[in-house]
Ligand binder design. Structure first.
Ligand code: ZN
Ligand code: ZN
Length: 179
C-alpha cells in the first residue's frame, strides 16, 4: 500500500465527518436571485398536507423546515411578502423571490416567537431532509400512503406533545427574545 493511497483514505474519512457535522444548509429560488443559508438544524420538519401548502407549492404536500428566522441568513428585506389568512384566522405571511415568485418560507402569526416554515424543496440538497411528522393528513391525496413509523396527524399537533425537549427549549428561548 503506497503513501498516496493512505492519504486519500484519510481525506475521504475527513470529508464524511465534516458532512455529518455540518448543520449549514443552503438553498434559493428558481431564478437564483434569492439565496439563503440555514445556520442551525431544524426545530422540526413537517410534511404538511393542508390545502394551503398544496396550492402554494402546486404539489401534494410541502416538506417544511421549522426554524428560528434569525437562523435563516438571507437578504430578508428584498423578499416579497403576501398576507394570507391561516386556518387559525391569524395571518399567514408568505415570503417569495421578488423576481421569479418562488415561495421560500412562511410565517404563521398565530405562533409566538419569530420562526418561519421554510419549504425544503428550495434547498440545494432537499434529499437530506426527511419529515419528522405528517400533518393535516385529512386533506392528503388519497393515492399517497403515509410511511410507517412516522407520526401522522389529522390536523396540527400540540407542540408540547410532539417536539423533542431540545426543540421546545429553543422555541422558549425564541419566544423570550433570546434567539
Ligand atoms: Zn427568484
Ligand atoms: Zn400546510
Amino acid at each position: 500500500m503506497d503513501i498516496d493511497f493512505l492519504i486519500l483514505c484519510r481525506l475521504a474519512g475527513a470529508e464524511i465527518t465534516l458532512k455529518e457535522d455540518a448543520v449549514e444548509r443552503e438553498g434559493g429560488c428558481a431564478c437564483g436571485a434569492m439565496r439563503y443559508r440555514l445556520t442551525a438544524p431544524p426545530l422540526i420538519v413537517n410534511a404538511c398536507h393542508c390545502r394551503d401548502c398544496q396550492r402554494l407549492t402546486g404539489g401534494a404536500f410541502a416538506v417544511n423546515i421549522w426554524i428560528e428566522r434569525r437562523f435563516v441568513e438571507a437578504d430578508h428585506a428584498r423578499l416579497r411578502s403576501v398576507m394570507l389568512a391561516a386556518g387559525s384566522g391569524k395571518p399567514h405571511e408568505v415570503f417569495s423571490c421578488p423576481d421569479c415568485g418562488t415561495a421560500l418560507w412562511s410565517k404563521y402569526h398565530a405562533v409566538p416567537g419569530d420562526t418561519v416554515l421554510l419549504r425544503s424543496g428550495t434547498l440545494d440538497h432537499p434529499e437530506e431532509v426527511e419529515p419528522d411528522a405528517h400533518i393535516f393528513t385529512r386533506s392528503k391525496r388519497p393515492w399517497f400512503a403515509l410511511p410507517a413509523g412516522i407520526p401522522a396527524f389529522e390536523t396540527m399537533y400540540k407542540i408540547a406533545e410532539v417536539w423533542p425537549e431540545e426543540s421546545r427549549a429553543r422555541l422558549r428561548r425564541n419566544i423570550a427574545g433570546e434567539t
